[in-house]
Structure formats: structure tokens, C-alpha cells
Design a protein around this ligand. Structure first.
Ligand SMILES: Nc1ncnc2c1ncn2[C@@H]1O[C@H](COP(=O)(O)OP(=O)(O)O)[C@@H](O)[C@H]1O
Ligand SMILES: [Mg+2]
Length: 255
């Protein structure tokens, strides 16, 4: 049976001034899976995300998210779709003047009419999901790097989005914190049935969480398929990436 698609991109083009970043990008992401977007630095992964999130208009090609063509949505439909997407931004910083709980509550406070006590309860539950219940009243400056990332993840899922976008969530984390974050991502998929689109370069993360891999190279998708197929791809750029990855994994094993 064909899997339901949560993201369908076809012929997407994107350019800044004279630099063409995405030439002709096409791929799909399945419901209930973790799809990892790979590609070198500057290959357009964040630009692609911004199109999926409707932060950039689609000028050429088409983008469907959760079955909706993002270019033809009326404003009210756009808002509705936006509420179904959680986002963990690359620069995903929390606001330092607010407590962790207040940061996590922000989307609910802004986009729902829920009473404050209920918002507190939801926030407490979400902090529990990322193992941060004890940080409810703390300020971001009192948290470690791994805890900050987990708090940002709690904020991204506070509205229970069926679709979660994470742009390099593990960047800068030590291996133990990274593994904890990966476990949470897998929990969101396995226990809450979320579909997750993840940009990461982290060798170990890809092996742990990816169902499907989309490899961006020179403005096009060089490879799209299951993780195991990616490991055996004959595309030179994909091979090169995974040969580094294999040797990195070996190094980790030998440590
Ligand atoms: N807002 C912008 N204005 C001009 N150029 C941009 C902008 N955003 C990204 N770029 C350029 O587009 C290319 C792809 O960037 P990006 O999508 O951030 O790549 P990645 O996330 O894969 O590292 C880079 O060369 C970057 O300099
Ligand atoms: Mg980026």
C-alpha cells in the first residue's frame, strides 16, 4: 500500500540575487517516518525548510504539506496549516528573559484561548516528555546545552503538531546529549506518531533515527530513498558522504 505523504515537493527552484540555490528539487516524505535531509553546508537545506514552512514564497515548482498546496492557501487555511507544524529552528534559542515554562508556553499563549492553568499543565506535561520537568521555573541561562535543545523541542511540540521540522537540532551537542535528543525524536515518532523532517550532519543521529534520506547536492536531489539504500547508493556525492560516515562510525566504535 502506498504510504501517505506529509511533504511533496516537485521542481522547486529558489535563488537569492544571482545565486541559484535550489534548481529542481523534488522529493516526498512519508507519514509516521523520520526523513533526514542531508547535504553539505550551503547546499540549501534551510532554504528548503523555509519554503516548506511558507516563510518563503514558492516561485517555481510546487510544495504540498499535509496534503495542501501551500501556494493556493487562503490566509485562514495557511494559519491552520501553520498550527499543524512544529518547528525547531537551527538558531532555536529561547528567550532569556522568560522562564523555561514561559518559553515553552509561548505558542499556546499566542495561538490559543486556553486558560493559564491549563497552559501550565500542558507545558508541564511537555517538559516531562523531554525530561525537563525540574526546569519549569529555571531560566535559559541556568540550563546546559543539551537541556536548552530539549526545551526548544518541548516548545516545538507544545501544540501537538502532527508534523515536526528540525533544522540541525543536535549541532554543538556532546555525544551523550545528542543521543538523548535522538531518543526523544524517536519517541515522538513511535509513541506520538509524529512525522519528522530532520536536517542533520551528525553521523550517529542519521544511523539512529532516519527511515528515509533525501540528499541535496548542487541544487537537486542526488538521492532519495531508505537509509539502507543510501548506504549503497552509487551517486559519487552520496558515496563520499557515507564513506566519511562509515569511517566516523568505525572511529566511534574503536574509541
Ligand atoms: N536570506 C538569504 N539571502 C541571500 N542568500 C542566502 C539567504 N539564505 C541563504 N542564502 C544562501 O543560500 C545558500 C544556501 O543556504 P542555506 O539554505 O542556509 O544552506 P544550508 O542550510 O544547507 O547550509 C548559501 O550560499 C547562502 O549563503
Ligand atoms: Mg542550514
Amino acid at each position: 500500500m502506498q504510504k501517505q505523504k506529509v511533504v511533496e515537493v516537485s521542481g522547486l527552484y529558489a535563488a537569492f540575487e544571482h545565486e541559484v540555490v535550489l534548481k529542481d528539487v523534488s522529493f516526498t516524505a512519508n507519514k509516521g517516518e523520520v526523513t533526514v535531509i542531508l547535504g553539505g553546508s550551503g547546499s540549501g537545506k534551510t532554504t528548503l525548510f523555509r519554503h516548506l514552512l511558507s516563510l518563503y514564497p514558492v516561485k517555481r515548482g510546487s510544495v504540498r504539506v499535509l496534503g495542501k498546496d501551500v501556494t493556493t492557501l487562503r490566509e485562514v487555511e495557511q494559519v491552520e496549516l501553520y498550527h499543524q507544524m512544529g518547528v525547531f529552528y537551527q538558531s532555536g534559542a529561547l528567550l532569556n528573559s522568560l522562564t523555561v515554562a514561559e518559553n515553552v508556553a509561548l505558542p499556546l499563549a499566542q495561538h490559543s484561548d486556553l486558560p493559564a492553568e491549563l497552559i501550565d499543565e500542558i507545558v508541564y506535561m511537555k517538559l516531562g516528555l523531554v525530561n525537563l520537568s525540574h526546569a519549569f521555573h529555571l531560566y535559559p541561562s541556568q540550563l546546559s546545552g543539551g537541556m536548552l535543545k530539549r526545551a526548544a523541542l518541548a516548545r516545538a511540540i507544545v501544540m501537538d503538531p502532527p508534523l515536526l521540522f528540525c533544522d540541525e537540532p543536535g549541532a554543538g551537542l556532546d555525544p551523550v546529549s545528542l543521543e538523548a535528543l535522538d531518543r526523544l525524536i524517536l519517541n515522538l515518532k513511535n509513541k506520538l506518531g509524529m512525522s519528522i523532517i530532520l536536517v542533520t550532519h551528525e553521523v550517529s543521529s542519521i544511523m539512529r533515527v532516519a527511515n528515509r534520506v533525501v540528499f541535496l547536492d548542487k541544487g537537486v536531489v542526488a538521492f532519495e530513498g531508505q537509509l539502507v539504500e543510501a548506504l549503497h547508493s552509487d551517486h559519487p556525492a552520496v558515496q563520499e558522504f557515507f564513506s566519511v560516515m562509515k569511517s566516523d562510525s568505525m572511529k566511534e566504535l574503536l574509541k
